[in-house]
Design a protein around this ligand. Structure first.
Ligand SMILES: [Zn+2]
Ligand SMILES: [Zn+2]
Length: 289
């Protein structure tokens, strides 16, 4: 393992507020420090004022507690680790777009796009439960729109759709990949190599090889060939995911073997500063700086 591939940063961390993650906020920080991380970004599933989804995301009333808790940890552990405050969110339909600006004004440092479900005015449906061809096409179109919006630090698990029906990477699947990868290059938004299926052993048969649903090997071979930038996301739902629960060497090997250009912590920090400058409130003073 060379220093150039060492994963010592993670901007994809959940908290128990979402209803399917475990442990105290402080335990995520402690595990990250123990494992030698220098940067930890909390990005819990976005809490919406217009939709309650218990078990998927926290209630909107929990936003102040989330912000305060992360800012306190940021102060408390300032000498040991850099902590950031974000949300992982879907790309919302037009009637709810003001949400992103509102959250930036409330002091959120960044968003990552985790496009799990399709939003329409008063409901949200998981893409996995929709007819596959149509769902994949809509997913790709909306991920591209989100990339163009300028609200996001990066796209979490862009190849998430490979887990819905575990189909081979061809036809519509490959077409969706091309669109997402091309947009990420054009707008310089990194794509995340995600660690969840590797922890859950979710495999897909890709013909020549059996790989994880995501990171889907042929998706990332294409991304590398086209010249996209990637970053790595633990997508922690338990404190131990940041240490003994994840196979970091697999990911270090994965990005290296695919010849992927990796956006690392220093650059992610710079990108977060730019997002805050573009969208944050001039009246908001971050807890540290
Ligand atoms: Zn989750
Ligand atoms: Zn996540």
């Amino acid at each position: 393992m060379s220093d150039t591939t060492k994963i010592d940063y993670n901007f994809h961390t959940h908290t128990a507020r979402c209803g399917h993650a475990y442990g105290k906020d402080s335990e995520y920080v402690e595990q990250a420090i123990a494992h030698g991380f220098s940067d930890l970004g909390f990005s819990d599933h976005a809490m919406f004022p217009f939709l309650r989804q218990p078990g998927m995301r926290g209630d909107y009333s929990e936003v102040p507690d989330y912000i305060n808790s992360v800012r306190l940890l940021q102060e408390k552990f300032a000498s040991k680790i850099k902590i950031f405050l974000g949300f992982e969110t879907e790309w919302l339909d037009e009637s709810h777009r003001s949400y992103y600006e509102e959250m930036y004004r409330m002091g959120i440092d960044y968003f990552i796009l985790g496009h799990h479900m399709l939003f329409s005015k008063d409901k949200a449906e998981f893409f996995a439960f929709l007819p596959i061809e149509e769902a994949v096409e809509t997913y790709a179109k909306q991920v591209v729109e989100a990339i163009e919006s300028g609200y996001f630090l990066y796209v979490a698990h862009p190849d998430f759709y490979m887990s819905w029906h575990r189909l081979p990477f061809s036809g519509k699947m490959e077409e969706a990949a091309r669109k997402i990868i091309a947009a990420s290059i054009e707008h310089d938004i990194p794509l995340e190599v995600n660690m969840v299926p590797s922890r859950r052993h979710q495999y897909v048969d890709y013909g020549k090889e059996r790989g994880f649903a995501y990171p889907c090997p042929p998706f990332w071979e294409l991304a590398s060939k086209m010249g996209a930038k990637c970053t790595v996301g633990v997508d922690a739902h338990m404190p131990s995911d940041l240490s003994t629960g994840s196979d970091f060497s697999y990911f270090e090997h994965f990005v290296e073997s695919k010849g992927l250009k990796v956006v690392r912590k220093e650059e992610l920090e710079e990108r977060i500063a730019k997002l805050k400058k573009a969208h944050g409130s001039p009246f908001h003073t971050p807890a540290r700086d």
